[in-house]
Design a protein around this ligand. Structure first.
Ligand code: HEM
Length: 141
């Protein structure tokens, strides 16, 4: 049977910030790094400084390798509901900008289609006018 995925809130994570009980949130996921403190190549101090908090920025700033990211799976406890929500908000904000850009592009498209139709019509109108005035001139002479 598949293991049930747990969700935690930041308050709960904040209660685990000790050397013998160390949790943190990275990219919306909760990790228990207690057993990893002694093994972490970056040292236990940096981990303890961010213990009980969202350490996403610090983790990203250290420029971790793919190997480090794969290692994280061993410490994964569950998701942090609040931070996943914040992430969703970011995405919807990006979508909003994208939609705005798309609709601008769309209106530019409509305008260019309109001009494509209008310009030949205007040229045709000018040609007819020249013909008519030209003929009138001939008649007068
Ligand atoms: C589950 C969480 C973490 C895992 C599995 C992990 C794993 C690793 C690994 C394997 C390395 C060696 C270099 C590499 O392969 O990229 C490393 C280096 C490092 N880590 Fe982490 N790390 C974690 C969290 C963090 C956090 C939260 C911070 C900062 C607060 C941090 C700071 C660093 C630093 C500064 C180094 C560089 C050490 C050096 O090059 O001297 N790590 N980490």
């Amino acid at each position: 049977m598949e293991e049930e995925k747990k969700t935690f809130d930041l308050k709960e994570v904040a209660q685990h910030k000790a050397q013998d009980d160390c949790w943190m949130v990275i990219h919306g996921k909760v990790y228990d790094v207690t057993k990893f403190l002694d093994e972490h190549p970056g040292g236990d101090e940096v981990l303890l400084q961010t213990a009980g908090t969202d350490a996403t920025d610090e983790f990203d700033d250290a420029g971790h390798s793919d190997n480090a990211k794969a290692q994280m799976e061993d410490f994964y406890l569950g998701d942090c509901a609040e931070l996943l929500k914040t992430k969703d908000k970011d995405v919807s904000a990006k979508d909003h900008i994208l939609n705005a850009t798309e609709s601008t592009t769309e209106s530019v498209g409509i305008l260019s289609k309109f001009l494509q139709f209008l310009i030949p019509l205007a040229l045709f109108g000018i040609a007819v006018a020249i013909r008519r005035y030209g003929n009138e001139g001939e008649n007068v002479a």
